[in-house]
Design a protein around this ligand. Structure first.
Ligand code: UTP
Length: 475
């Protein structure tokens, strides 16, 4: 049998050629299992990619591209006129048809490290339900369960994990019996890893026998869907549309018929949801057109004068904020992989623990390493046709990045309750709120009760409830 240990000579030589021989520094102290781990990691590393990134981003040989001419991207706005309301209605019908036909898969990207939240466990297993304390994963599972029930169809759910959270995520679902979803319809796939690299272009070691590796960004999804066989699985099931969402958006509407309908009607290959930016300096990427192609420009790259430019009616010119909700075609992802289309890597300068020459583990106080990530929205310019569609922030965007402060557990729980209070009011149920719209009593609506306002109104017709006068969980 061939063992990876037989590759020692080849990999040593490769590392020496690439100026990375230091990774063998502790070789004599390692046992066989540790040697295997190190060699396996080195074997799966794309050294050419690494040296390209070092040359481009660290040694600065690929001079920064000047920012191209940017124009604000057009988008389908929230319906205001009778005609727009009608368009939305037709889109919903079309969206419902493709859902019923089993052509839609849910796709959760959950491979991130969630460092800002600082929670011990996958971010999806964080309890976020205001009254129920249900976790993100459970709320998502219940939403998918409710969609399957409503449309009497299958909605396979693909979940992207990464090396460090894959096993614990799978175990979490198994322990909870997949929250009632059939096991055949929950498909896990693992994204790739990228090495952390110091300012000299050298690979950092996390331990004497392991490289410091981190997930390759949510854009790693494009490769991972192909490499894992998930795309082929989708095609086998007759899935044509992938509904992409993030693990930390508590208000996400996972399968949205209106959005799907617009995507299908437009013949779009990749579509994105947007919210209007709150202010010129809100830290979200912005949808722009570059030579007629849709792109997201990160907030840090958008020149101040553009970020602040206003239209005659006072609205920001570049106002379409990216909230990381997309639909893309299975065929489009297939095509990206066939053409060997490479999403660009973005570099971040971060604190990465490492072992020094004396094999002491160091936790740096200052950033010490370059990390490289791909972003899924960088696939937009490769699409023949795209679409951007507005959604009201308060209806679909409740991000959780940290425990407190901006985009936190606190704000997301308020977002949930505000939404619940609005649905109550729309259903003719009194719900007293503070000036911010947060109800006086806690309210939570289980996805199993209703996944959208219309469904909630339907349910409440029969309930005869006049007002919310204590903490109330609609389940
Ligand atoms: P974030 O940008 O919030 O990154 O991810 P993060 O790693 O989860 O959190 P921090 O920055 O360490 O605090 C946004 C979404 O993209 C997913 C995350 O799981 C989350 O759903 N993601 C991010 C991946 O799936 N893979 C990655 O490599 C990075």
């Amino acid at each position: 049998m061939v063992s990876i240990l037989d590759s020692e000579g080849r990999l040593r030589e490769l590392c020496a050629r690439q100026g990375q021989e230091h990774v063998f520094r502790f070789w004599d102290q390692l046992d066989d299992a540790q040697r295997e781990q190190l060699l396996t990691e080195l074997d799966s590393l794309d050294f050419e990619e690494v040296s390209r990134l070092v040359a481009q981003h660290i040694k600065g040989q690929g001079a920064e591209m000047p920012l191209p001419h940017l124009e604000p991207a057009p988008f389908v706005r929230l319906p205001r006129t009778a005609e727009e309301v009608q368009e939305h209605r037709q889109a919903r019908q079309r969206g419902e048809e493709v859902i019923r036909a089993g052509q839609v898969a849910a796709f959760l990207v959950a491979g991130g490290q969630g460092t800002r939240l600082g929670y011990d466990g996958p971010k999806g297993s964080f309890p976020i339900g205001v009254l129920s304390s249900k976790t993100f994963f459970q709320l998502f599972a219940e939403q998918i369960f409710a969609t399957r029930r409503r449309y009497a169809t299958d909605v396979p759910w693909y979940i992207m994990t990464s090396r460090d959270n894959d096993e614990v995520t799978r175990r979490y679902f198994a322990t909870h019996n997949n929250f009632g979803l059939p096991a055949k319809d929950i498909i896990f796939l693992q994204q790739g890893q990228m090495p952390a690299i110091d300012q000299e272009g050298r690979l950092l070691m996390e331990s004497p026998h392991a490289l410091a590796l981190a997930p390759d960004g949510h854009g790693g999804a494009i490769r991972a869907l192909k490499r894992s066989g998930a795309l082929a699985d989708m095609a086998r099931r007759g899935v044509r549309y992938i509904s992409h969402f993030q693990v930390d958006n508590v208000l996400i509407r996972i399968i949205d018929p209106d959005f799907l309908g617009f995507h299908v009607f437009a013949g779009s290959q990749m579509s994105s949801r947007m919210v209007r930016k709150r202010s010129a300096d809100e830290r979200v990427g912005v949808f722009c057109l570059v030579d007629g192609r849709l792109r997201v420009i990160e907030y840090s790259d958008l020149p101040e004068e553009l970020a602040e430019a206003r239209r005659p009616d006072g609205e920001l010119q570049f106002n379409a904020g990216n909230i990381a909700i997309h639909i893309y075609d299975v065929a489009f992802v297939e095509q990206l992989n066939q053409r060997d289309y490479e999403l660009p890597f973005h570099r971040a300068w971060k604190k990465v623990p490492f072992v020094n020459e004396l094999s002491h583990r160091i936790r740096p106080r200052q950033p010490n390493a370059n990390k490289f990530e791909m972003f899924v929205f960088d696939a937009l310019p490769a699409a023949r046709k795209t679409l951007v569609m507005e959604v009201a922030r308060e209806d679909e965007f409740g991000p959780v990045k940290s425990l407190t402060g901006e985009d936190s557990v606190e704000t997301a729980q308020r977002d949930q309750m505000r939404l619940a209070a609005r649905w109550c009011r729309a259903a003719g149920v009194e719900a007293e709120t503070d000036p911010d719209g947060v109800p006086r009593f806690k309210i939570e609506i289980s996805p199993l009760f209703a996944t959208c306002q219309d469904e909630f109104i339907e349910k409440m017709k029969a309930a005869g409830l006049k007002a919310v006068s204590r903490d109330t969980y609609f389940e």
